[in-house]
Ligand binder design. Structure first.
Ligand code: AVJ
Length: 321
């Protein structure tokens, strides 16, 4: 079957747009509609996410940064000297800077991100700040296979996967991603990973439904993005942001809920929505230390160290292959 094509496009669609379109059409064709959360991060989405990280209700970013600040010496002792640091995500954060400031004679730093503009902008910022560090950004979707530049001369590799991004994946996908990383890694390579911990539901729900509505704007931005890039005709005002904690699955779910019965057309197809029907846009799984250690073990990663904050809100773990 031939893939769907973006219509009414003055210029030819890029392979990325084709993939975005086919993922959206597949997601909206299912009984339970969904869109992969990686599509939140166009330029505007990345800016909104940066704003989320500053919100009083959104504790993960600042908590993880506080753990990094407090325990960085122990972390770099585990990571060792002369490593290639491969970060999954664009690394614009305070956490990355803390790590880069303390790493001992790193070989190079390889941020991997799907958002090209954001990746290059943050790589340039970091080059200004860390002038003796070699930085080799790679534009890629890290859930798919991709090549890394040659790392001859590095003692070993340390993957850095902060920000609880692993929480976006359901149990099977998280295991598949960690297993893929373990397959690529060599014996002795490390993984420094941040994940969010189970806690009071009111705290969790406030973090994903803030008073200023920034998280709502972040979720709604996906509709704008589909209208602009895929020539979809979503009536933005006819959808609303909803997020809640699913206690059985230990995860926040974010949805875009249709206010009424309506139709939306994308890529030459029409999708029907009932009143109250939603598009699932994100999972954010919350772990226990034991649960995460077991997941890592199933993916061939051995836990070496665990760090958390005073309230046990967030965790950073170092694992080796
Ligand atoms: C970037 C996946 C860690 O799950 O907390 C923040 C994304 N979504 N607010 C998260 C997000 C809504 C975030 N991660």
């Amino acid at each position: 079957p031939s893939p769907a094509v973006v219509s009414n496009c003055a210029i030819a669609p890029t392979p990325e747009q084709q993939e975005f379109l086919s993922d959206v059409m597949q997601g909206l064709s299912a009984d339970r509609k969904s869109i992969p959360s990686k599509y939140f991060y166009d330029q505007r989405g990345s800016q909104l996410f940066d704003a989320i990280c500053e919100l009083p209700e959104y504790y993960p970013t600042r908590t993880e940064a506080s753990i990094m600040r407090r325990d960085i010496d122990a972390m770099v002792r585990h990571i060792g000297q002369g490593v290639r640091l491969v970060e999954y995500g664009s690394g614009s954060s305070v956490k990355t800077r803390i790590l880069l400031r303390h790493l001992i004679e790193p070989h190079d730093y390889v941020p991997v991100d799907i958002s090209e503009e954001h990746l290059h902008a943050t790589a340039d910022d970091l080059r200004g700040e860390f002038q003796s560090l070699a930085i080799h950004p790679v534009v890629a979707d890290f859930t798919q296979p991709f090549d890394l530049p040659s790392d001859r001369g590095a003692t070993r590799r340390c993957y850095y996967f902060p920000g609880s991004t692993i929480g976006n994946f359901d149990a099977d996908d998280a295991e598949a991603l960690l297993s893929k990383m373990a397959d690529e890694a060599e014996q002795g390579d490390g993984l420094l990973i941040g994940f969010d911990l189970q806690k009071d539901v009111a705290v969790l729900e406030a973090a994903y439904d803030d008073a200023q509505g920034v998280t709502a704007a972040f979720n709604i931005n996906l509709l704008h993005r589909m209208n602009q890039e895929l020539d979809a005709d979503f009536d933005i005002d006819a959808f609303e942001h909803r997020s809640f904690y699913n206690r059985r699955h230990h995860r926040i779910e974010m949805h875009l809920v249709s206010g009424g019965k309506q139709k939306v057309s994308i890529g030459g197809k029409t999708f029907r929505f009932d009143e109250g029907e939603s598009i699932l846009t994100e999972y954010s799984h919350k772990y226990t230390r034991e649960g995460f250690t077991a997941l890592a073990a199933r993916s061939e990663w051995k836990s070496e160290a665990f760090w958390t904050d005073d309230q046990s809100y967030f965790a950073v773990m170092y694992l080796t292959r």
